[in-house]
Design a protein around this ligand. Structure first.
Ligand code: SAH
Ligand code: SF4
Length: 366
């Protein structure tokens, strides 16, 4: 079994079964998550016999690196991982705040995901929660490839550990984690939350919940459950359309959950948690980037503690839609802001390495 799939009580129970002293579980936990060890050899504080046993009983490598790519400006790194069953998943590291990373006119302030803060060096990791995705959004490369399987909590955590080790070699660390890679996190709810708890653990990796963001297509019961659980993790909703008919044309999940139900669930979330919701909006030329659409959206979001994160569409092979242009994006933002809805236009990152949303895995599996 993959060692990252254990939560602490399960690891403790296993060590107890092996008649090991209680403190061994903590040593292993700290080795994995505080020291970022990736093989049994590194656990020099454990007796050799125990190391051998761990080596025989646990797997340390959840995947192999199939492809690793850097964008031409060196700001975006993408890794395509191959799971033991042959499925491919991807994780992307985005670097913000480096001297060469000057603000663009479309991005007046460094786009805020999580609470990394302005002007600071940010190392934002975008990771996958499923291989493929069952939600079938037409503009999304992951949606176009269909659902393969859920990732285990350990496979989610291990993507973070991979990058944490890489950054540690450069005396850096992950500052923000967004669950916006392949898959729908709320479709894999329990594994997702276990992964968050493991990353957050005070005796382990200690990654602050407020620096994590879950992005969902808008699964209403899970939004409400998430609200009830009162976690500090940020919530982003991929809305992309303000009307049900328009949304249905690009996001089949609209058959199940109407826009108004999603907004209601978000209101509930804000009431429960007092936290701001982010709405993700991929600006598609002539489809959802007009001032009229912005007005409809503003009407929908009125009175809700929220923020709109708009990004020009990343064109994909399986969808004829094109990215908005700079001017439309600007007008879209201004229209929202005039109506009292804060909006940021984010630049697309890593386009030259297919770092947008499932594109690399899509390309390699064709
Ligand atoms: N399934 C989740 C998280 C993964 S997708 C969700 O849908 O929220 C991460 C984000 O990328 C979502 O906001 C999604 O709508 C967006 N996205 C997908 N394909 C895109 C594309 N081609 N261009 C721009 N954004 C895209
Ligand atoms: Fe799945 Fe999100 Fe892509 Fe939709 S946008 S298909 S929910 S990964």
């Amino acid at each position: 079994m993959l060692i990252y799939d254990f939560d602490f009580p399960a690891l403790e129970a296993t060590l107890k079964e092996w008649n090991e002293p209680a403190y061994r579980a903590k040593q292993i936990w700290r080795g994995l998550y505080a020291h970022l060890y990736s093989s049994t050899d590194e656990f020099t504080n454990l007796p050799k016999s125990l190391r051998e046993k761990i080596e025989n009983e646990f797997a340390f490598a959840p995947f192999s690196v199939r492809t690793f790519l850097d964008s031409s400006d060196n700001s975006t790194h993408k890794t395509l991982f191959e799971l033991p069953d042959g499925n491919l998943i991807e994780a992307v590291l985005m670097k913000y705040g480096d001297p060469a990373d000057s603000p663009s006119p479309l991005r007046p302030s460094p786009a805020g995901r999580g609470d990394g803060g302005e002007g600071k060096l940010r190392r934002t990791l975008c990771i996958s929660t499923q291989a493929g995705c069952a939600m079938g959004c037409v503009f999304c490369a992951t949606g176009q490839m269909g659902f393969k399987r859920h990732l285990t909590s350990g496979e989610i955590v291990a993507q973070v550990m991979h990058y944490a080790r890489m950054l540690k070699q450069q005396n850096e660390s992950v500052t923000n984690i967004v669950f916006m890679g392949m898959g729908e996190p709320f479709h894999n709810y329990n594994n997702m939350m276990s992964a968050i708890e493991r990353l957050n653990d005070a005796d382990g990796y200690k990654f602050g919940a407020r620096r994590m963001t879950i992005s969902t297509v808008g699964l209403v019961p899970q939004i409400r459950r998430f609200a009830d659980e009162g976690r500090q993790v940020n919530l982003a909703i991929s809305l992309h359309a303000a009307d049900n008919d328009e949304r249905l044309a690009i996001m089949p999940i609209t058959k199940k959950y109407k826009v108004e139900e999603i907004i209601e669930a978000c209101k509930y979330y804000v009431e429960k948690t007092h936290r701001r919701v982010t709405f993700e909006w991929a600006l598609i030329n002539g489809v959802n980037d007009t001032p009229e659409t912005a007005q409809k959206l503003a009407a929908r979001l009125k009175g809700l503690l929220c923020h709109v994160n708009a990004i020009p569409l990343n064109p994909t092979q399986g969808y004829e839609g094109q990215a908005t242009n700079r001017q439309c994006a600007q007008i879209f933002r201004e229209t929202l802001e005039r109506a009292g809805i804060p909006c940021t236009i984010r630049m697309r990152r890593g386009i030259d390495i297919n770092a947008g949303c499932g594109q690399l895995a899509g390309a390699e599996s064709q």
